[in-house]
Write a protein that binds this ligand. Structure first.
Ligand SMILES: Nc1ncnc2c1ncn2[C@@H]1O[C@H](COP(=O)(O)OP(=O)(O)O)[C@@H](O)[C@H]1O
Ligand SMILES: [Mg+2]
Length: 259
């Protein structure tokens, strides 16, 4: 079940460096929200606060709230590992486990769950998620070959299948197409469009056409100067952001008058 994300006054630090400041944002379930903004404004940092990956970086800490429906992800007693299972992540560079087969890559997260699956159950889960990732037909005859033998676009779809196999409620994607060719990029965009019927999706992209193509809502982040923390400038329907944003800085950014 896709869930709603409510972020309240979220500030994130690396040691004493404040990377993002006071972000309040609602993310709707079963929709795609794009994060755009100049390099260094904290898009990746903010994304990683949404599944408690930020605190894995030495010195990484947050203030504020992230609610997933009614659960406070930073509440006392919440296990960050289970948060990361509920809120899955896909990275900029496809990162399949290189020595693992295609099959084992998809099954990898399930094995960590500690549940014992029958072979036939695992087979079904692997097939279902590879089909959902639009990859099944390309790999069904070589499931036991290493994931690293696939093309970049196929590897990224494999990583998406691996992320969905553990049945998350939210999928975070940090520039998932930036290392891919245009055809693979379109394949991933089609896939995102299909996945949003089941997941809450947040995608960071530096490509504004991509944000306009895939997202329902767009959030624009900016920083006052290098070294200053990034802030959320505005969030609205994607159509509105790209046609008639409320804030001049957004207009400047989307029309290329920035920097
Ligand atoms: N691992 C890190 N350690 C220290 N500072 C970091 C680290 N990662 C990012 N930062 C800093 O946090 C700020 C935001 O970076 P980032 O979230 O990567 O921005 P974006 O994804 O928008 O380009 C930048 O000032 C960056 O230098
Ligand atoms: Mg980034």
């Amino acid at each position: 079940m896709a869930k709603r994300i409510d972020v309240g006054e979220l500030t994130a630090y690396y040691g004493s460096h404040r990377a993002i400041d006071g972000i309040t944002l609602h993310v709707e379930p079963e929709s795609v929200t794009a994060f755009i903004g100049p390099s260094g404004c904290g898009k990746s940092t903010f994304l990683r606060t949404l599944n408690r990956m930020h605190e894995v970086t030495p010195g990484g800490r947050v203030e504020g709230k992230v609610m997933l429906d009614n659960e406070d992800l930073y509440g006392p007693g919440v296990d960050p590992v289970s948060v990361r299972r509920t809120v899955g992540m896909v990275f900029q560079r496809p990162n399949p486990f290189p020595t693992m087969s295609i099959y084992d890559n998809v099954a990898a997260g399930l094995k960590l769950n500690g549940i014992k699956y029958r072979k036939s159950e695992l087979d079904d889960i692997v097939e279902k998620n590879l089909r959902a990732a639009n990859l099944w037909n390309e790999v069904k005859d070589r499931l036991n070959r290493p994931g690293s033998g696939l093309s970049g676009g196929q590897q990224q779809r494999l990583c998406i299948a691996r992320a969905t196999a553990v049945e998350p409620e939210v999928l975070l994607m940090d520039e998932p197409c930036s290392a891919l060719d245009p055809i693979s990029t379109l394949a991933i965009e089609d896939l995102i469009d299909k996945l949003k019927t089941r997941y809450t999706i947040v995608i960071v992209t530096h490509n504004m056409q991509q944000a306009a193509r895939v997202s329902d809502r767009t959030a624009f982040f900016n920083l006052a100067a290098i070294g200053e923390p990034g802030k959320l400038i505005e969030v609205d329907a994607t159509e509105k952001i790209f046609s008639n944003p409320s804030v001049q800085a957004t207009e400047d950014y989307i029309s290329g008058r920035f920097g």
